[in-house]
Design a protein around this ligand. Structure first.
Ligand SMILES: *Cc1c(COP(=O)(O)O)cnc(C)c1O
Length: 508
């Protein structure tokens, strides 16, 4: 116990002593190890009283009062344990988090409070429509808001993440062509694309054709004209692209695709650059997905619930997933007559708590506020790009949107890699940017500051980067052995992926 509060460097064994034991991190014992028999927290909440009443209804003899092997702790022990663990991690709420393409903006706490309102958080997803009119109206209003923001005709809030939005979109594309009696096998994807794009294509059963972006980092309509054929179902384009620059030929690209009956799928993960600036609907997109956990400030949630609504033009509306809301004289209800729909992509309706948070964000900012958010995000990225230019030049000469992709010569000059620069940033209390992505830029550093960071924070990031540059030339070992100040230094990433240890076993 003596070491429980200490945060500092510890030796982490290369391989765990036995394959089924999880070693405590940084001297913090596991919650199971803190357990002592019979120790309890007190729960005086109405919920606990409800549970006791529930037990009486079910029959007390049928309810177990013991969970074998479950940790038994006092309330402060639980609080301290989890708060301590949370402090060992990097978080947007604790540090600058310029993780490119992920839009780690501030997640307003007031949105969490709204999502926790009993009438919203306690609403069972199987509640009949006539008893959930308020929630359904909120869904309808959110769909309308996203249609307005994207310039599209219809929206479904159903998909649970950006990647699932992509899959939903591609399945709609396939259903659309089938309905017209066509079977198309291919989808074009640029060489700058996010990894989820080709993955979604493969999942949806399409074959991928790669389009090359030009030397300036964007896609030419001529390249798309060269690749498109009657066997191409769609093209997926991220705009602004993953180099953080706007695709200037996007309307010509849309026309090149439409001329051959193919669709333009716009990956809207970078929407944080476009609020009040440009709409995918005006670019010629047939489908766009939005990532509420990026552009609309909902928590990324450690792999927990996300939301990836899809917005479509009118001709794809019949194919949107189920369930689909409609409004009749009697109020909101679910439309059961949708023979062309691709069906369900997941259980229930959507990740409603995320919808509430994002809707609150949209209402709080309004159209002007969202427009300002994008302009500030663009300003921040260009400020960093300009200030870092002497040692970390931009990978493109085109103006940046909400993020910038930089490179460096430290590998050549000092044998210091991008990964090592990223690890050293951790010692400065900064979450590293995205690295080695997009793949077209060797050793890329992809930096997305977001609109919610102040100039002081951006300046401190520049200072840290410049110091690391100097260190790499004068004391490369310091950078190569980073991080030195964290409870865990380097982890065995391949081992963690290939031999994950997911189960705790009691010490013999
Ligand atoms: C994040 C991202 C995705 C995937 O979205 P998830 O919500 O993480 O599934 C797709 N494309 C781009 C460009 C992204 O940045």
């Amino acid at each position: 116990m003596a070491s429980a509060g200490r945060i500092g460097p510890v030796a982490v064994p290369e391989t765990p002593s036995t394959p089924n034991r999880i070693e405590p991190v940084a001297g913090v014992p596991l919650i199971f190890e803190l357990s002592s028999e019979g120790r309890r927290a007190t729960d005086l909440s109405p919920r606990a009283a409800g549970e006791r009443r529930g037990a009486e209804i079910i029959g007390v003899e049928l309810c177990r009062d013991d969970l074998p092997g479950f940790p038994e702790l006092s309330e402060p022990q639980v609080l301290r344990h989890f708060l301590r663990l949370s402090q060992l991690n990097f978080a947007q709420a604790l540090q600058f988090y310029p993780l490119g393409s992920c839009t780690m903006k501030y997640n307003p706490v007031v949105n969490d409070e709204l999502a926790a309102l009993a009438g919203l958080a306690g609403l069972h997803p199987a509640t009949p429509a006539h008893l959930a009119q308020g929630a359904l109206e909120m869904i309808a209003r959110m769909e309308a808001a996203l249609a307005e923001i994207t310039g599209m005709d219809a929206v479904s809030l159903h998909p649970a993440a950006g990647a699932q939005g992509e899959l939903t979109g591609l399945l709609m594309v396939r259903a659309y062509h089938r309905k017209r009696g066509e079977v198309r096998h291919k989808v074009i994807i640029p060489d700058t694309s996010h990894g989820t794009n080709p993955a979604s294509c493969t999942l949806a059963g399409f074959e991928v054709i790669v389009a090359k972006s030009n030397r300036r980092g964007y896609l030419e309509a001529a390249e798309v004209r060269r690749l498109v054929s009657d066997d191409v179902a769609a093209m997926m384009v991220t705009n602004p692209n993953t180099l953080g620059i706007f695709e200037p030929e996007i309307q010509d690209i849309a026309a090149a695709l439409h001329d051959r009956g193919a669709m333009l799928y716009l990956d809207g993960a970078n929407m944080n650059a476009l609020f009040g600036v440009a709409k995918p609907g005006h670019m010629g997109a047939d489908i766009v997905q939005l990532n509420l956990h990026k552009s609309f400030s909902t928590p990324h949630g450690g792999g927990g619930p996300g939301a990836g609504p899809v917005a479509v033009k009118k001709h794809l509306e019949p194919f949107l997933p189920l369930p689909r809301l409609k409004h009749s004289g009697a109020g909101y209800e679910f439309d059961a007559e949708r023979p062309d729909s691709i069906g369900r992509m997941r259980s229930f309706h959507n990740n409603f708590g995320m919808i509430v948070r994002a809707y609150a964000y949209i209402l709080a900012l309004g159209g002007d506020g969202l427009g300002m958010a994008s302009r500030l995000a663009i300003l921040g990225a260009n400020y960093l790009r300009k200030r870092l230019q002497p040692h970390f030049p931009s990978a493109t000469g085109e103006p940046s949107m909400h993020e910038c992709v930089l490179s460096h010569d430290l590998e050549k000059r000092a044998g210091v890699s991008t990964l090592e620069i990223a690890k050293r940033l951790l010692d400065f209390g900064i979450h590293p940017p995205t690295i080695y992505f997009p793949l077209v830029v060797p050793g890329a550093l992809m930096i997305e500051p977001t609109e919610t960071e102040s100039k002081e924070i951006l300046d401190s990031f520049v200072d840290a980067m410049e110091r690391i540059y100097d260190e790499a030339l004068n004391d490369p070992e310091r950078v190569k052995s980073a991080p030195q100040t964290l409870p865990v230094s380097r982890v065995d990433e391949a081992g963690a992926a290939r031999r994950p240890i997911l189960r705790w076993e009691k010490k013999a």
